[in-house]
Design a protein around this ligand. Structure first.
Ligand SMILES: [Zn+2]
Length: 115
């Protein structure tokens, strides 16, 4: 599993919708990869509150988890739009912050060069 795959799967992982074996691989990657672990921590901090989702702990056994995943897939049509937003939200936040930084730099430079 590589970093881009991990990032793509994190929204599902956060909502407990990942198959147990995939979730295990993802956790393994998070243990080893600083970049993805930071991404995951950011995701938990910034995105999950919007979701109102309680992620941890997932107390259900694997069987129960899989049953819920199957039910979730049937029920999740309505959630697709929200789901799509969740995927781009971290990138969107980064883009907005970058934009603000650039605007700030331009203003600062104008002041320094005396208009
Ligand atoms: Zn990684």
């Amino acid at each position: 599993m590589d970093c881009s795959e991990v990032k793509a799967l994190i929204p599902d992982y956060a909502q407990g919708r990942l198959a147990p074996d995939k979730a295990e691989k993802l956790k393994e990657h998070l243990r080893q990869c600083d970049t993805c672990r930071t991404y995951w921590e950011d995701f938990q901090r910034k995105v999950l509150p919007f979701l109102g989702a309680r992620v941890y702990p997932i107390p259900a056994g694997e069987k129960d988890l899989m049953r819920r995943q199957r039910m979730g897939q049937r029920k999740s049509r309505k959630l697709d739009k929200q789901h799509w937003l969740i995927r781009i939200l971290p990138n969107l936040l980064t883009a907005v912050s970058l934009l603000l930084i650039i605007i700030g730099l331009v203003i600062a430079q104008r002041r320094l060069t005396g208009r």
